[in-house]
Design a protein around this ligand. Structure first.
Ligand code: GLV
Length: 324
């Protein structure tokens, strides 16, 4: 196997993952920066490289692929591939892989954490105590949502959605409705969930959790009209990609006090300082860390490396992605 010229575009949580690429004899440039590369820097570093291990912040579009024609393999350190133009990669013969499966439990943990943080007002309570504003036990202080017996609306029942259902329905005793492109009778029996249209789900759910890939079909799928259908005081949690929600409409619904929310992903990342969301008390914000379990991130890095090593060796990678 001839040595390949590889680029790792961001610092990995497991330095051993990069070492595996070097131990295989490849020439590896590894960026050691916790900030994403700017587009110009990415192009400069990728010039002359055969393959990339990249992260969701890296935009691998037709213009990038044309500017860096040596790049033949793209191993994304994420399950989502909306940062990559799969069609443009396909027509140029560029192979793309992602990291499915290994992050479902971690993302579901974080999703449930946001449900609790927003629904039971944990972040608000934390701020109140820190600010010295707590005047003593009170029977109606920061009343929130009781999960047992309430209804969870699951938008997407891929690996993450199923793990969320197992927690909210199996663990917390919620009723479960789900939205998917087709019904999954086996899952309905196993997880105790029932299928619903988007409108039914929004109208019935006390908690709406979003875990679908960002595609042309899902972009903006929850906008002002959909938010208006949610129950007053319902909790909306997004651990997929920011543009699945109409973020401006979410800001308006939060401002009006109609819903609570937990958001791990945003229309633009990082969320700009001073963004209107940061001034709202009824939303909990986290910086795209839903998959950031220590072991999960180690598994993601090493699955991306397995994919890159396989592509460099001319083998079929473990988890390829193709344009649908
Ligand atoms: C993270 O956002 C992922 O898609 O894995």
């Amino acid at each position: 196997m001839p040595a390949a010229r590889l680029l790792v575009t961001a610092r990995l949580s497991d330095p051993g993952a990069v070492a595996r690429l070097r131990d295989a004899g490849h020439d590896v440039v590894a960026r050691d920066d916790d900030r994403p590369a700017a587009p110009d820097e990415l192009r400069r570093l990728a010039a002359g490289r055969d393959g990339l291990l990249c992260v969701p912040a890296d935009r691998i579009d037709a213009a990038f692929l044309d500017a860096c024609p040596s790049v033949r393999w793209v191993a994304n350190h994420a399950v989502g591939t909306d940062n990559i133009d799969l069609a443009a990669a396909g027509v140029r013969g560029v192979l793309v892989t992602n990291t499915p499966g290994v992050l479902d439990e971690a993302v579901a943990d974080h999703c449930v954490g946001l449900v609790l943080a927003a629904g039971r007002r944990i972040a608000e309570g934390d701020r109140l105590v820190r600010a010295g504003g707590w005047t003593g036990f009170s029977t109606d202080l920061l009343l929130g949502l009781d999960l047992a017996g309430a209804t969870a609306g699951l938008v997407g029942v891929g690996g993450v959605g199923r793990a969320v259902a197992a927690r909210l329905v199996g663990g917390f005793g919620m009723r479960g409705r789900y939205l998917a492109r087709r019904r999954h009778p086996g899952l309905e029996d196993r997880l105790g969930i029932r299928s619903a249209s988007l409108h039914e789900l929004l109208e019935e759910a006390d908690v709406v959790t979003v875990h679908v890939p960002l595609t042309p079909e899902t972009r903006g799928m929850i906008g002002a009209a959909e938010l208006a259908r949610m129950r007053p005081g319902a909790v909306l949690v997004n651990v997929s990609r920011g543009p699945v929600l109409d973020q401006d409409a979410v800001v308006e619904a939060l401002r009006a006090g109609r819903i609570r929310a937990g958001l791990d992903v945003f229309a633009d990342e990082p969320l700009p300082a001073g963004h209107p969301l940061t001034a709202l008390p009824n939303v909990v914000l986290t910086p795209h860390i839903a998959s950031a379990g220590r072991e999960t991130r180690r598994l993601m890095a090493n699955l991306a490396v397995d994919n890159l090593l396989a592509m460099a060796a001319g083998r079929t990678p473990p988890t390829p992605v193709t344009a649908s």
